[in-house]
Every structure is written in C-alpha cells, then in structure tokens.
Design a protein around this ligand. Structure first.
Ligand SMILES: [Zn+2]
Length: 273
C-alpha cells in the first residue's frame, strides 16, 4: 500500500508533467472510482480546467485545478497514477483517463479500493476525511511534544497508534515497523508506557525513516510505481518489514512475525524493548 514516501514520490514525479496543463477530456471507464458525482456531472466539472499544482496530505494527493476545484486522490491498496507523454491504450485495470493538452494521466487500481473525489477547494478539509487527519510527520509543527499529545492517554499498542491516521498522517505498515525498529521500541508496548526519551527517539526515527523512504523513491515491495512507472528502491534498506523469520541485520537474532492491530508485524525481540 502506498504510504507517505510513495505518495510523495508520485506527487513529485506527476507534478513535473502536469503543472499548468489543461484537462481536455475525461474518460470514466469504471465510474465508481469517482465518488460524489454522477458520471456526466464529473466530466463536465473537470473538463477544460487547468491543473495548477499537486499537494499531498498524509496518503492523499490533492490535485489543484483552477477555479478552486480540488481532486482528492486516495490510492488505498493498489491505486496508481501514471503519466504517459503520448496516447496510451487503457490497461485492464485503468478506471479513469485524463487526456491532457500534453499527454495522459491514467488512474488504475487492481483491487478497486482507490478513489478520486472532486471537491471545492475551500471545503477540502471540512468536507472530507482530510479534516480529521493527524499532523504531517515531516512538517516543522510535528515535534516530540506533539507526538506525545497525539498519543494522549490511549490504551493502544504503539503499533496500532502509529497506524491510526488520526494520530499521525501518512504512516502504514512498512514505515511503522521500520520506525519502531530504528527507535528500538517493541510494537506490542502500550503507548502509555513510553518514556520521554523513547518519545524523542521515536519522533526522530519516524522522520528519518520517512525521509529515507522519499530519498529512495519509495518501497516497491509489490505493486507500487511512481507516475513514470518506475519502482522505488527502499526495500533494499528495510530492516524488519517483510523479513519475518530472517536474521536481524543488527544483532542476528531471528525476527519475530506476529499479528498486531490486524496487521502482520515484524520486529526484533532483542533490539526492540
Ligand atoms: Zn536485533
């Protein structure tokens, strides 16, 4: 599933092709991928508008069109936004085609959970699930104090708390497991048991791991590709995610694989306390 580093990489690779480019035609191949509008109404609403820029909030992309309209794209499990410089025949799982002045953008999704929502820009945060998201982990407002405050008095495992997008935006299974490994904290610990020092370490680890993920253009463990169809390379730097049963890269002990917060969780019982 694309997490913050993957969605940020899609944003960066897509915006360079589409900034200030006009949308000339929309093809809704699987209209259910678009929520909130009837097919014809959506086509009329978006056709002829220019893409101004693309922002990101958590795992959501915000495609800013002129006249104060935003397309919120959520990739969920396997959603992709691909840019093609020339006409491209839709693939089996392409659901929406944006034909631009220059090139095309295809929204495709094998699992069909991804969605595109059109919303007036002033209502972006009040009229959608974006308004309830926790802080952006790479912004300066995100401090160890904020992390502590977001955990509050919750009686959750640290794993469950970090997966909760209302606590902190953008993390999923890969970057939660990697952040906890780097911080040396066991995923089964309750958030209410963390010391000040552990909160500091965790805050730093989250920022380090996300930044390293962006620098490597994301993790292409399964389906993820950037807007140019390229894979990321962060899977080479993974310490725990996807490595259950293999030796810890730090101490050599076999990594534990457990089920926690409904997700497969891998950690080193020796390095993470
Ligand atoms: Zn270890």
């Amino acid at each position: 599933m694309p997490e913050l580093p993957e969605v940020e990489t899609i944003r960066r690779t897509l915006v360079e092709h589409v900034r200030d480019v006009k949308i000339e035609e929309i093809k809704l191949i699987w209209p259910a991928a678009v929520c909130g509008w009837e097919d014809k109404a959506f086509e009329e609403l978006v056709t002829g508008r220019r893409i101004r820029t693309i922002d990101r909030r958590g795992k959501y992309l915000l495609i800013r069109l002129d006249e104060d309209l935003t397309l919120i794209a959520h990739m969920r499990m396997t959603g992709r936004l691909n840019y093609y410089p020339d006409h491209q025949e839709p693939e089996k799982h392409t659901h929406v085609v944006f034909r631009l002045e220059h090139g095309e953008v295809h929204f495709s999704d094998v699992r069909k959970f991804g969605r595109i929502q059109a919303i007036p820009t002033p209502l972006c945060f009040s009229g959608s699930s974006l308004g309830k998201l926790g802080p952006e982990p790479l912004e300066s407002e995100f401090t160890p104090g904020v992390l502590k405050e977001r955990f509050g008095k919750k009686k959750l495992s640290i794993k469950a708390a970090l997966l909760d997008q209302h606590v902190l935006a953008g993390l999923g299974n890969i970057y939660v497991d990697e952040s906890l490994f780097q911080a040396g904290i066991s995923p089964v610990r309750g958030v209410d048991t963390l010391t000040e020092e552990e909160i500091l370490k965790l805050h730093q680890a989250i920022q380090n791991v996300l930044q390293a993920g962006i620098d490597a253009q994301g993790t292409s463990f399964r389906d993820y590709r950037d807007a140019n169809g390229e894979k990321g390379s962060f899977e080479r730097e993974l310490h725990v995610y996807g490595r259950g049963g293999e030796p810890c890269k730090s101490c050599g002990q076999t990594l534990d694989r457990i089920r926690l917060a409904g997700r497969t969780t891998v950690y080193c019982a020796r390095c993470q306390r």
